[in-house]
Every structure is written in C-alpha cells, then in structure tokens.
Design a protein. Sequence first.
Length: 170
Amino acid sequence: MDLFRRRNTVSPSECHMSVIRRATVADAAVLARHRVEMFREMGQVTPGVSGRLFEASRAYFVEAISAERYIGWLYESAPGPNEVIAGVGIQLRELAPRPDRTGQHLPSGPEGYVLNVFTESQCRRQGVAESLMRALIAWATTRGFTGLLSTRRRRVVRFTRSSASSPRTR
C-alpha cells in the first residue's frame, strides 16, 4: 500500500453527520491523495506514477491555495476526530470578454474550472458531492463568477446577471 494512501474510517451511517469547510494549505496532502485516488479509479494512473502524482499535486496545492488560484471545500465527519470524506475544488481564471449566445452581452470576469471532485467510497451516492458542489456554486455566485466549467462530464454551470442565484447547468 502506498504511504500516502490512507482510507477513511468513517462508516456510511456517519456520512451525513458532517461539516463543510474551506480547504487550507494544511489540507494539501489530503487534496493530493484525493487527486491520486480519483485518477486511479478512472484507470489513468499506474502504481509507478501514483507517488510522483501525489508529490506533484501536494506541491501544487500548497502553492495554489496560498496564491488563491485554487479554492476548495472539504466535507468532514463531525463525530469524534474529524476526517475528510470528500472534497471539491476549482482553479480560478479570468474570462476575457466575449459575446454571449444572444450577441447582446459581453460576459467577463472570474470563472472556475472544477479540478477535483472526490468522495470516499463508503460515502458515495449519499449526496455528499452534491452538497460540496452546492457550497462551491453558492460561493462562486456571491463573488460574481460568470460560471464553472467541468470537462470531465462536459457540464457548464453558467450564472446569468438577471438570476445569479439560480445557475443553469448544461
């Protein structure tokens, strides 16, 4: 077993007793482990690369969180010692002005690329990732984001000026 690969001990019944909080630099190793696990489960990383991916990802998160180029949320179990059971995060970028679909508006401003979404296996299909995405969307909406992109599922969450509180998913 890889040294960085630590599985969570939270039981499925404890998945809903939780706290959602912003990720900090101190969480870089947890975020890196989630990233390795995500790619491992997608069949895109071999055991020989997983250690390098972990170290490179940990270094990235330390730097990107410090520079506020990566914003993440973690879902922690509440009973006993808190354990991170899921996480989601975005890379921030500035959208250059461009015509919208109507040709009437020129959206620009902050936009986020959903980089990581990972939930420990025992807490999947219980709304954990959805809760994290709702927190991320609420945060982005209040900060004037034009949208969130995710190429994994080719979904785009766009925020409209007339209805920033109700983003559209495509």
